[in-house]
Design a protein around this ligand. Structure first.
Ligand SMILES: NC(=O)c1ccc[n+]([C@@H]2O[C@H](COP(=O)([O-])OP(=O)(O)OC[C@H]3O[C@@H](n4cnc5c(N)ncnc54)[C@H](O)[C@@H]3O)[C@@H](O)[C@H]2O)c1
Length: 460
């Protein structure tokens, strides 16, 4: 069993060199030691809004069986059971007795992988227990809250050889995968800079009246969904609390942990105004939450330096009125792409404009078609049918296919550790007056020889 679980069919990929040629996609994986599993048996810990969205994706697949679910909320369990029943599938065994009920569930021998979609502070205890039980762990974002937790994930993986995937769905966004394709084909020349972030007005999610999003100024125990746990992080912490939606795609463009490495960061936070104002706007000056001192700055900016000389700027902006954006920008010696205006400008290797007019943006749409990632070309129809714009389909598919083929997941424990560690490190930098803070090498040197795997074959 151990050899089966630990067996990484990456031999054929190990000769891959950067930049990548399109032909490297579909790289045939070395022959499996065992046939793929006919059925992947999944369990879920945390079947709130996000967990149920994963359940709905799993229900599209005939090769997946949901054997068990765990949640402390009777309402979450009932809603999940009803979805499973409507899909005509067998009812899973439910575990709901207390915060540690998942430990009991993990003793089952009919679970191959566990999807963890609980509040952030539960991710690591649950992922560690899952790996120790010899099952694949698929953990929601951010994977970890503290630096120690990032190390706990890595150490547990190295001890157990049970895999852990961070379920970063944005890595599969169609445009950022086309950009990955272009980066690998050298269209941007040598990469120098990337910009990304989580710029999402979460005020109506951080506060509600307990019945649904958008009404009221409550948070904590009696609030609905994320307001019951996420908002407390804005009271206690000042840093980039949610870095991985932006950083995941950028890490793939820059080969982080696979030929490149985060080296150090520095962070700065604005004053904190938005959450207090929202409480007053919704609940009045005398609302009890108007007295709460929210530590989180409205906009947190983090600069990361990479081993190969690139810089990454990450923005965390969740407390102000603003339309949604992840603010992507990819820049190299031959050009630049920007998410916010969906524009691109490129030169060729000799410095001649490839874009029609010098110094002038052109729409990205034509490049999107030309450089559409093969995974998207192949699965677009299924992904769109499965809803959520496709990225949720792809991320769960990556997890399920890794289990099915008993290989390492496309986004691994080192990615989970390094991307999530930006949160505590940015908190430390801000607390020390924007002091530069070294980012640990969670691969313990393996980044120098590890080769990229994400987006290079049909499994990943
Ligand atoms: N990748 C994405 O796009 C995306 C989107 C939304 C949420 N998320 C992530 O998903 C996770 C869950 O978020 P959500 O929006 O579903 O929150 P939620 O509050 O709606 O759901 C959390 C669920 O976990 C359950 N829970 C809490 N403690 C538990 C325990 N000890 N044992 C078992 N169950 C427990 C709660 O009862 C609840 O049903 C978070 O990490 C969040 O950041 C990711």
């Amino acid at each position: 069993m151990t050899t089966r679980r630990s067996f990484l069919r990456t031999a054929a990929l190990s000769s891959a060199a950067v930049p990548f040629l399109p032909s490297l996609y579909n790289t045939t994986l070395a022959a499996a030691q065992t046939a793929p599993l006919a059925k992947v048996r999944l369990a879920f810990i945390g079947v709130g809004l996000r967990g149920r969205s994963h359940v709905s994706q799993a229900l599209y697949r005939d090769d997946v069986e949901i054997t068990a679910i765990c949640d402390i909320s009777a309402d979450s369990i009932a809603k999940t059971n009803s979805m499973i029943e409507k899909a005509g599938r067998k009812a899973p065994v439910a575990y709901s007795k207390g915060d540690e009920a998942f430990q009991e569930m993990l003793k089952r021998d009919d679970i191959d992988g566990v999807v963890i979609a609980t509040p952030w502070e539960w991710h690591v205890p649950m992922a560690v227990a899952t790996m120790k039980a010899g099952k694949y762990a698929g953990v929601e974002v951010s994977a970890t809250v503290t630096l120690k937790e990032s190390w706990d994930l890595v150490d547990t993986y190295e001890k157990t050889k049970s895999h852990c995937m961070i379920l970063e769905n944005v890595c599969y966004r169609r445009d950022v995968m086309a950009i990955l394709n272009m980066v690998r084909q050298g269209m941007f020349g040598e990469m120098t800079y990337a910009h990304c972030g989580y710029e999402h007005d979460l005020r109506n999610i951080k506060f509600n009246d307990g019945k649904g999003h958008g009404v009221g100024a409550e948070f904590g125990k009696n609030a609905y969904s994320e307001a019951s746990w996420r908002t407390q992080h804005s009271v206690d912490r000042n840093g980039d609390l949610y870095p991985t939606h932006g950083l995941g795609p950028v890490a793939h463009w820059l080969n982080i942990n696979r030929g490149n490495q985060f080296v150090r960061l520095t962070s700065m936070a604005t004053k904190s105004r938005g959450l207090h104002k929202y409480v007053v706007d919704k609940g009045g000056e005398n609302h009890p939450n108007a007295k709460v001192n929210f530590k989180l700055g409205d906009v947190v900016t983090t600069m990361v330096e990479c081993a190969n000389g690139e810089n990454i700027m990450i923005i965390h902006d969740t407390n102000s009125p603003r339309p949604y954006s992840l603010g992507f920008r990819a820049q190299g010696t031959q050009g630049i792409w920007m998410d916010d205006n969906k524009m691109i400008y490129l030169e060729d290797a000799k410095g001649n404009p490839l874009s029609p007019k010098p110094h002038t943006w052109e729409p990205f749409a034509t490049y999107q078609d030309k450089y559409d990632h093969p995974l998207w070309k192949q699965h677009a129809q299924t992904a769109q049918n499965a809803g959520h714009g496709g990225i949720d389909f792809f991320v769960l598919r990556g997890f399920i296919e890794s289990i099915k083929n008993q290989v390492a997941p496309p986004i691994d424990v080192y990615d989970a550790a390094a991307w999530s560690a930006i949160s505590p490190l940015s908190e430390e930098s801000i607390a020390k007056g924007s002091k530069p803070i070294d980012i640990p090498d969670f691969t313990r040197g393996k980044w120098k020889t590890n080769k990229p795997i994400f987006g290079l074959n049909d499994i990943y």
